[in-house]
Design a protein around this ligand. Structure first.
Ligand SMILES: N=c1c2ncn([C@@H]3O[C@H](COP(=O)(O)OP(=O)(O)OP(=O)(O)O)[C@@H](O)[C@H]3O)c2ncn1[C@@H]1O[C@H](COP(=O)(O)O)[C@@H](O)[C@H]1O
Length: 87
């Protein structure tokens, strides 16, 4: 189990060290357009899960959306502070 901040730190480290086999590195290399499409795709899956699926499936879809949002943040060079200042 990890928090939003812990996952973001982990993904930032992946971006920095670029380990072989990292899906995050591949997603970052795919560029902002592809990263944005993934955010939209996962958001749609969250919506469907919220209407039709279990709490567990919804939670899983939300976790994937958070991951995709973080990849997009890293793709654009944003930090968590850049976002948190608007919360
Ligand atoms: N939390 C996640 C996470 N959530 C979602 N995903 C990716 O998103 C996919 C699910 O989304 P999709 O519905 O788009 O599935 P898909 O289209 O079949 O997947 P792709 O072909 O696009 O990979 C998963 O198969 C993962 O590839 C994640 N990939 C990685 N993480 C975490 O990120 C960290 C770094 O991971 P790596 O970069 O892979 O080492 C680790 O802690 C991982 O647990």
């Amino acid at each position: 189990m990890k928090t939003f901040d812990e996952l973001f730190a982990e993904l930032a480290e992946r971006a920095r060290t670029r380990p072989d086999g990292s899906g995050t590195v591949a997603a970052l290399d795919a560029g902002v357009h592809a990263q944005g499409k993934k955010v939209l795709e996962e958001a749609g899956e969250v919506w469907i899960a919220a209407e039709h699926e279990s709490d567990d499936r919804l939670s899983e879809e939300i976790s994937q959306l958070l991951y995709r949002v973080q990849v997009l943040m890293l793709g654009r060079g944003l930090s968590t502070e850049d976002v948190y200042r608007y919360l």
